[in-house]
Design a protein around this ligand. Structure first.
Ligand code: NI
Length: 274
């Protein structure tokens, strides 16, 4: 699609939290600014049952907003198996495009790791059954995370509806090394990158990104968190996913337009967006 002969920029924010109170004052303007910046879709995440319901409410209100439903590791203390039935019911909504945000967090240590792992396993199995990709949070938990994913892909995924999809999940705001990225690719996962890649002192990410596969990467904001340079520390919003794409273009030696095309196509495939 072109306007005045110039290619129209199309970006997708694959991970944000639009339900949070940070946006209560100006949510319609935040969504409008994103669309003005070329963001054609935003995937807002659930971290527990109430926020998963709110994600769906937002997806019903705004055409460009899609929902992920799930229970975040740091919100999983009171998770019980009957909550899985409620997640299954929520996931039947036509604008639910993933199970997330789920995962493991060994940084905050608010929930014992064995409990986090059990909650992750139950939600991975739900995603496999429903044929929805997973959005994974991994903070300081690379080893247990890869062990769980390896085991799930080998023993639980085969024959499931999810195994037929091009990608089975994303490691959001990826913080691993190149070996981990390669293993993630082999297991059918892709990577997500957010504001931290734009930080001046993000030397590890700056060294890693040129070695990553540009066709297996989605961009994201994690708004209201992780605001990119030069807005670091301020409230983030989906319009700023553009700054992540600009930094990737610089690191990959591609044009901004190429990065938009590649990452948008990957996100459309990943979420099976219209
Ligand atoms: Ni998040």
């Amino acid at each position: 699609m072109t306007i005045n002969g110039a290619p129209r920029i199309e970006l997708i924010d694959s991970h944000c939290h639009l339900d949070l109170p940070h946006f209560d004052e100006d949510r319609p303007q935040v969504v409008a600014r994103a669309q003005e910046a070329g963001v054609i879709a935003m995937v807002t995440q659930g971290v527990d049952l109430p926020s998963s319901r709110q994600a769906i409410d937002l997806a019903e209100q705004y055409a460009a907003v899609y929902a992920a439903v799930g229970v975040h590791p740091n919100d999983s203390a009171d998770f019980q198996s009957e909550m899985l039935e409620q997640l299954r019911a929520l996931a039947a909504h036509p604008k639910v495009v993933a199970i997330g945000e789920i995962g493991l967090d060994d940084y905050w240590k608010t929930v014992p790791m064995d409990h986090q792992i059990r909650v992750l396993q139950l939600q991975l199995d739900l995603a496999a059954e429903l044929g929805l990709p997973v959005i994974l949070h991994d903070r300081e938990a690379h080893e247990p995370m890869m062990a769980e994913l390896r085991d799930w892909v080998r023993t639980r995924l085969p024959g499931s509806p999810l195994a037929k999809r091009p990608f089975v999940g994303v490691l959001h705001s990826f913080s691993g090394n190149l070996d981990m990225a390669h293993e993630a690719y082999e297991l059918g996962f892709i990577l997500g990158l957010a504001g931290p890649v734009t930080f001046k002192n993000a030397r590890d990410l700056h060294a890693l990104v040129p070695q990553l596969d540009p066709t297996r990467l989605m961009i994201e904001t994690d708004a209201p968190y992780l605001s990119p340079h030069p807005h670091r520390g301020k409230r983030n919003e989906p319009a700023r996913v553009r700054l992540v794409a600009e930094k990737l273009a610089e690191l990959w030696g591609l044009s901004f337009e190429e990065v938009c095309q590649l990452t948008t196509k990957t996100a459309q495939t990943f979420f099976n967006l219209p």
